[in-house]
Design a protein around this ligand. Structure first.
Ligand code: GZL
Length: 328
């Protein structure tokens, strides 16, 4: 009998030792579904998430959805099957998540949203959102533009009575695109100078440099000397548009005022080169806050339902001074 007790004690000790060593190796396993690698901003966002996971000793299962919602849904389903401790994802578009999030809820795996927003029928399908305030970014774009026009007494290039604006929109259905569009529109409508402006054209460039170049090329073909202002929903599309503007023999930031969103290094260089006028910051460095929040959730601590990261506005006159301090 004594021998049996000894053997049982030894096997319990062995199991405990194994579980402790596993716990020491990696505290937690988190499944993370990222949209893709569509822009400089997204690459910075991904790099920051991976670095923060390492700092937090997290076993990160990272999936790149290659810009497809169905790949994000598949990845989340895999994370559920793998019984991860928590699921994080950046919703490429705002809708279509209810069913997969119900599956996560049934599996009792908490979901933490990062960067973009989503709309679901039941807010209990995710614990919290950490992200960027696209609506305020859109308002900041128009308010900067309105001040710039006033200060520089900008006049329509075609001699008409309205300053014509063309818009390169982000990914259709994404909260970043809809938020920026609504913020810009609301600020324009609220301006005492609203009658100065006309939205000449607005089309998606899907947040990529290539599509931004292609769509701007088509805008120039249709409207060339009628275009006074370009609002690009992200810097990558603005950088693509600059190439089309120069190819058409026009001067970016002079013939066509260029304002965009993100604040990536590429647009700072363009502002330093005198080819862009301003960028509204959208902060991709959300990894630290994400994993801090994830750990709190897994300890059963209450966390705010929605938290926005800090964001500023940067203009060409300050670009050279600020550039060395930029982290992405
Ligand atoms: C905004 C983010 C957007 C960036 C783009 O929070 O989701 O996606 O503005 C990126 O550069 O592609």
């Amino acid at each position: 009998m004594k021998l049996v007790k000894t053997l049982v004690a030894a096997s319990i000790a062995a199991v405990l030792a194994a579980s402790v060593s596993t716990a020491m190796a990696k505290d937690l396993t988190i499944g993370f579904s990222q949209i893709g690698a569509e822009s400089e901003w997204r690459t910075a966002n991904t790099n920051d998430v991976k670095a923060a996971a390492q700092r937090h000793n997290i076993n990160l299962k990272f999936s790149d959805a290659q810009q497809k919602q169905e790949n994000q849904i598949k990845a989340i389903r895999t994370f559920i099957a793998q019984k991860v401790d928590l699921i994080g994802f950046v919703p490429i578009v705002a809708t279509g998540w209810d069913n997969i999030l119900r599956e996560a809820k049934r599996a009792k795996i908490p979901v933490l949203i990062m960067d973009r927003d989503l709309s679901v029928s039941d807010d209990s399908l995710y614990v919290a959102k950490i992200g960027t305030d696209s609506y305020t970014e859109g308002k900041k774009v128009f308010n900067w533009l309105d001040n710039y026009v006033e200060k520089n007494n900008l006049k329509p290039r075609d001699g008409g009575d309205k300053l014509n604006i063309v818009i390169l929109e982000g990914t259709v259905g994404s909260s970043a695109a809809t938020g920026r569009a609504h913020g810009f529109d609301d600020a324009l409508k609220a301006s005492e100078h609203k009658d100065r402006y006309n939205i000449l054209a607005s089309q998606t460039g899907d947040f990529t440099r290539q599509k931004g170049q292609e769509v701007m090329e088509s805008f120039i073909k249709s409207y060339r000397d009628k275009i006074d202002i370009l609002f690009a929903h992200n810097d990558d599309m603005a950088l693509g548009a600059i190439q089309s503007i120069e190819a058409a023999g026009l001067k970016p930031a002079k013939d066509i005022v260029i304002v965009s969103v993100d604040g990536v290094k590429g647009i700072f260089q363009a502002m330093i080169d005198g080819k862009a006028n301003a960028t509204v910051e959208c902060n991709p460095l959300q990894g630290e806050l994400f994993f801090e929040t994830a750990k709190k959730i897994l300890k059963g601590e209450k966390v705010p339902k929605s938290v926005f990261v800090e964001e500023g506005v940067f203009t060409s006159d300050k670009a050279a001074e600020v550039f060395p301090t930029r982290k992405y």
